[in-house]
Design a protein around this ligand. Structure first.
Ligand SMILES: Cc1cc2nc3c(=O)[nH]c(=O)nc-3n(C[C@H](O)[C@H](O)[C@H](O)COP(=O)(O)O)c2cc1C
Length: 197
């Protein structure tokens, strides 16, 4: 019995998933358009349809931002001294989630629709997904976020999705709603969706 309790506790510590969390499908890490063609085609989009993104698409986008891409735990973007001190939140109409790459999970932070705090531009309320990049690293956090939004933007182009990097956000309100510790700052956001016809 003692052994079972220990094993169960260890499991819960490793994999602390709750009912409101979203288990993502394994990211698809192959295929897509040739890289140089994607770079040439990349463009900011600001006119979105409300069409939902599939769980596979959400998983692939988050993996490109901050997924684990090697057995020793390295990521899809480089970080200074491999500190990996950045987080990505996914804002969706039904709630906001922290991406947990190790467990391929979206951990629910709130079931509130935080898009109004992100908005300032009307199209944000229509698009199905916005990402928020958060870090306490004052020196390099912005660079890490830039690597992430560039990966995501290129994958969007490859998948036929639109995206826009957005600095026009209410950082104070978002920080409070996400319950971030004092030292963590919201660096930038990125809105993603299918472009309206
Ligand atoms: C750090 C950063 C912040 C940005 N903030 C906004 C924003 O708040 N709203 C917006 O509509 N576009 C924003 N943009 C998108 C730029 O306006 C856009 O990249 C630029 O006009 C060039 O267009 P292109 O991306 O199609 O080449 C931002 C881009 C970057 C890199």
């Amino acid at each position: 019995m003692k052994k079972f309790l220990l094993a169960a506790t260890a499991f819960l510590c490793i994999f602390d998933a709750r009912a409101e969390d979203i288990a993502l499908p394994q990211p698809k890490t192959t295929g897509g358009m040739p890289l140089m063609e994607v770079i040439a085609a990349r463009r900011t989009a600001r006119n979105y349809s409300a069409k939902e993104l599939s769980p596979q698409t959400v998983s692939d986008l988050l993996w490109s931002a901050w997924g684990i891409s090697s057995e020793d735990g390295k990521r899809t973007i480089p970080t200074a001294r491999n500190r990996q001190d950045i987080d990505v939140y996914a804002v969706m109409p039904n709630g906001t989630y922290l991406y947990d790459a190790k467990n391929n999970l979206l951990k629910q932070i709130t079931n509130e629709d935080l898009r109004p705090a992100l908005a300032k531009q009307d199209f944000v309320m229509k698009a199905p997904l916005s990402l928020i990049y958060v870090s306490a690293n004052k020196e390099y956090g912005g660079m890490h976020a830039g690597s992430m939004y560039q990966n995501v933007g290129l994958v969007c182009t490859s998948m036929g999705l639109g995206n826009v990097v957005r600095g026009m956000i209410d950082r104070d309100q978002l920080k409070e709603k996400l319950n971030l510790p004092d030292d963590q700052e919201i660096i930038i956001s990125q809105t993603i969706g299918y472009e309206a016809e």
